[in-house]
Design a protein around this ligand. Structure first.
Ligand SMILES: [Zn+2]
Ligand SMILES: [Zn+2]
Length: 380
């Protein structure tokens, strides 16, 4: 049986290894943690100082400077206190590492990638006064030694808020670019979106500027037509702000974006999962085809607490209700209908003849159209 000393000596005799790789490879044998210092000690002890390149890493540990200045230059744009590293290496590095380990039956030591990440991490932490963590880092640095490049990506920021819409003719969502369908092309300046004004566009641009971010994804609690106003407390939304370079900015509670007012803005740790149920308080101006009398309008009282069914859908998954109703006759062929109704119901379908039952046209036996529709409040 070979002694530990013999094995170490044999490894160092057959392979030129740098101080880092020596330390790593022998760490388990000598019961110490892997370090440059440990490697240096044993290379000296066995007198195996070599001018040749390290068999495993080709002296990668001595050539971090270019990569580090690249990382420092890019990371200086980011706010971060914690980060983690991902290392991309040519497969041959790992192959040589594995070959040597299996040849000498070395188990349970850090692999070469791990060793590189540890050493790079020490230098990054020291320079940027930040901490390397595996769990939920604020910045992720992908280091690619194949082409000497690095890509930095910040953890998203989540913001909850509500918006009020004070002007008509403004759609909620930004359409995708028609030429590329969202992929990004010359027509859309590689943003993938149509060059129009929308609530989504206004909110996105506001957050992109505020957090120096790349992109914003918004999760809406319901939606409205471009001609509808959103009044009261406003419609809630959740936004995910991608790759924010600035993250410690104080978030003001409200902001005015010309026609769209934001309120209750606050950073949250995570977006809620699944759909959020909500109720809408709406005011609808309705035109009727035939003249309508106050007496006929009384039928609308049947709608209070009524359940709405959609005959075109699986009934099991459609439990929508009306909670409150009141109305006011405006003229011979028009009236106002105020409702508190479950979110997710198409109000226009509910007014016109449609698959929704009951619906206002059917109930009044008069063809109704939605002339104006405003959201007075969204209740969650
Ligand atoms: Zn090495
Ligand atoms: Zn495009």
């Amino acid at each position: 049986m070979k002694s530990i000393s013999d094995t170490i000596s044999e490894i160092l005799k057959n392979y030129d290894l740098c101080e880092y790789c020596t330390g790593r490879v022998i760490s388990k044998f000598v019961g110490k943690s892997s370090s440059k210092f440990l490697g240096k000690k044993y290379i000296k002890k066995f007198n195996k100082l070599s001018k040749k390149k390290c068999y495993i890493c080709k002296n990668i540990f001595d050539n971090f400077d270019t990569m580090l200045s690249n990382i420092f230059e890019k990371s200086s744009n980011y706010d971060f206190k914690t980060y983690n590293l991902g290392i991309i290496l040519k497969p041959s590095f790992l192959e040589r590492d594995d070959y040597l380990k299996s040849k000498y039956k070395i188990k349970g030591i850090e692999n070469i990638k791990f060793g590189i990440a540890t050493e790079l991490g020490k230098k990054i932490s020291r320079r940027t006064k930040s901490k390397r963590v595996t769990d939920d880092p604020e910045l992720f640095i992908q280091v690619n030694f194949k082409d000497e490049s690095c890509v930095l990506r910040a953890k998203p920021i989540f913001v909850y808020g509500r918006y009020n819409k004070k002007i008509r003719k403004l759609p909620q969502k930004q359409g995708l670019c028609r030429s590329c369908n969202g992929v990004g092309c010359h027509n859309c300046d590689f943003k993938g979106i149509e060059n129009t004004v929308s609530i989504e566009g206004k909110i996105s641009n506001f957050f992109i500027k505020r957090f120096n971010a790349d992109q914003v994804k918004i999760n809406w609690i319901g939606g409205e037509d471009q001609s509808s106003l959103v009044l009261g407390n406003g419609r809630p939304f959740f936004s995910k702000i991608l790759n924010p370079k600035t993250r410690n900015q104080i978030m003001h509670k409200s902001s005015n974006l010309e026609g769209v007012n934001l309120s209750e803005l606050k950073k949250i740790t995570l977006q809620p999962k699944g759909t959020i149920s909500f109720k809408s308080q709406v005011s609808i101006t309705i035109d009727t085809k035939k003249p309508i009398s106050s007496n006929q309008l009384k039928k609308l009282k049947f709608l209070e607490n009524a359940e709405i069914k959609d005959v075109s859908r699986d009934k099991k998954n459609y439990h929508k209700r009306i909670y409150k109703i009141n109305y006011k006759k405006l003229g011979k062929t028009s009236f106002i209908l105020n409702l508190i109704i479950d979110g997710g119901i198409s109000i226009k379908s509910f007014i016109q003849n449609s698959d929704l039952t009951p619906n206002v046209s059917e109930l009044l036996e008069n063809q109704c159209t939605c002339e104006k529709l405003d959201f007075k409040n969204i209740i969650i």
